[in-house]
Design a protein around this ligand. Structure first.
Ligand SMILES: Nc1ncnc2c1ncn2[C@@H]1O[C@H](COP(=O)(O)OP(=O)(O)O)[C@@H](O)[C@H]1O
Ligand SMILES: [Mg+2]
Length: 472
């Protein structure tokens, strides 16, 4: 059978315009598949954010070379918190209202650990600070937050210079009053350092990690080179290198900041007249490790904003991991909100069971569909054969008529070979052969577009603090 037009299902275009969940054991072929999607997106002139759990020069080079090969080099932006010399600058604290900024920062505190009372205090304090910072109307960074939370003079500076007529100012003052005590020697109101330390100690030290070292150089500009909302508007190609293995805690927390910023940007696009075209892709490798419950509704928002999410995971159970603040409900929502699913080789039984069940449910909705369709992308360009029809494997259609209760049995997911995958769409279940993308990675030049950004006035509390300490 040839993959004639008549034969081929519209998987290709569906794949690029609908949320797609990917699942595979390590080595199953997720990265290869995501790169094929990227290639296709680059060819069509679309934009993408690729959050990659592999962090090394070779992967960055691959992304750059892929972009070069499709004449998209000028659209590349790189975020790499382990090496600022191979990164554009980016500040995830520039967009969002008080609530969004507060919850973005509060993600740093593990919901299951520590004293809930102080966690609540920290959240109230953070909200007061975020409100005040918004009232100032100046960009701020991790250093500013860190210094505010650990330095009395900085807090007093805010009180002295803040916009006094605002509600935010009053809220901030109320919060600060709670932190105050009378100095027994002088009779003056001073900040109770113990209280401050209990309230903000954990948060301040977590924030500190994003103000120092390589991550610090990347993440603290008031006028950074990359803004996620602009990236979506301008079809840019953003590669995010997450050092999951070497610096997993920082990497995971950074990914949470980023995803929360993406969430805010999606909300903004949703309220705009503007919608990205072609559909903007957010490819999220290792999704479970930085997913948060608050992301579930974002999938719906993204859909109406013409933004397409690709959460890729290794196991079903990772998506409901209570240790990470996730739940059965979250997993169900992510599964429910992803129109397409693609599974490569799986190794543990729960994932196999779940995927089998999902394939089965899809069948009942559309028994009349053919199950031996092929997958191919529009050709034309000689190397556009991104995804091609391959071995058909088992005839799923037959399975039905002979009365198997499952289109794909759980054990079928365990025996998938290299490149073999089960695609589950709304109306079809197809076994496909995903081609192996051959990279031409001969070009070892790691140059990418950099920009000299004009200076922008920021809050600058961190640098003022240093002045204070010199005076003191
Ligand atoms: N479509 C494919 N066809 C043939 N081999 C593949 C295919 N996809 C992946 N592989 C092989 O499996 C290895 C791991 O693939 P990768 O995409 O990195 O997996 P994952 O990201 O799921 O860990 C690749 O280096 C390649 O050798
Ligand atoms: Mg991978």
């Amino acid at each position: 059978m040839s993959d004639s037009k008549f034969d081929s299902l519209n998987i290709a275009s569906n794949l690029m315009t609908r949320h797609c969940l990917g699942i595979a054991a390590t080595g199953g072929g997720k990265s290869n598949f995501l790169n094929l999607i990227l290639k296709q997106q680059m060819m069509s002139g679309g934009g993408a954010i690729h959050i990659d759990g592999k962090a090394n020069r070779e992967e960055i080079l691959k992304f750059l070379n892929l972009a070069r090969q499709h004449d998209r080099w000028q659209d590349v932006r790189i975020i790499n918190i382990s090496d600022a010399s191979i990164s554009n600058t980016y500040n995830p604290l520039l967009r969002g209202d008080n609530d969004e900024i507060t919850s973005r920062i509060m993600q740093l505190l593990d919901g299951n650990k520590g004293d809930p009372y102080f966690r609540g205090q920290a959240a109230r304090g953070m909200r007061a600070i975020a409100g005040m910072l918004t009232a100032f109307g100046l960009p701020f960074n991790f250093g500013d937050l860190n210094v505010l939370m650990s330095n009395e003079s900085a807090m007093r500076w805010m009180l002295k210079n803040g916009p006094k007529e605002t509600k935010e100012y009053r809220d901030f003052k109320i919060f600060l009053d709670q932190m105050m005590e009378v100095d027994r020697r002088t009779g003056q109101q001073i900040i109770n350092e113990k209280k401050m330390q209990h309230t903000f100690g954990d948060l301040a030290s977590r924030l500190h990690s994003y103000y120092v070292n390589e991550a610090g150089k990347v993440l603290n500009e008031y006028n950074p080179e990359l803004d996620i909302y602009d990236a979506i508007k301008n079809n840019l190609l953003v590669y995010v290198s997450l050092p999951m293995l070497s610096k997993s805690e920082i990497a995971v927390d950074f990914a949470k900041f980023l995803v929360s910023d993406i969430r805010t940007a999606i909300g903004q696009v949703q309220n705009d007249d503007y919608k990205p075209s072609p559909t903007f892709l957010v490819l999220m490798d290792e999704f479970s490790s930085y997913a948060q419950a608050s992301l579930a509704p974002v999938f719906e928002q993204a859909r109406s904003s013409n933004i397409c999410m690709f959460p890729f995971i290794q196991t079903y159970s990772s998506l409901k991991d209570k240790e990470r603040g996730l739940s059965d409900d979250f997993a169900a929502k992510i599964f429910g909100n992803t129109w397409n699913k693609i599974s490569f080789l799986l190794q543990e039984s729960e994932s196999c069971e779940v995927m089998s069940q999902i394939a089965g449910e899809s069948l009942q909705k559309s028994v009349s569909e053919s199950f031996s369709e092929s997958l191919s992308f529009a050709s034309g360009d000689d190397d556009s054969s991104a995804l091609r029809a391959g071995g058909r494997g088992r005839g799923f259609g037959k399975s039905i008529s002979y009365g198997y209760d499952k289109i794909v049995r759980p054990e079928d997911f365990r025996t998938l070979k290299d490149g073999e995958a089960i695609y589950i769409g709304r109306n079809s279940v197809v076994k496909i052969q995903v081609p192996l993308l051959s990279f031409n990675n001969d070009n070892k030049e790691l140059d990418f577009p950099r920009f000299r950004m004009p200076d922008k006035q920021g809050l600058d509390i961190a640098s003022k603090y240093h002045t204070f300490s010199n005076e003191g």
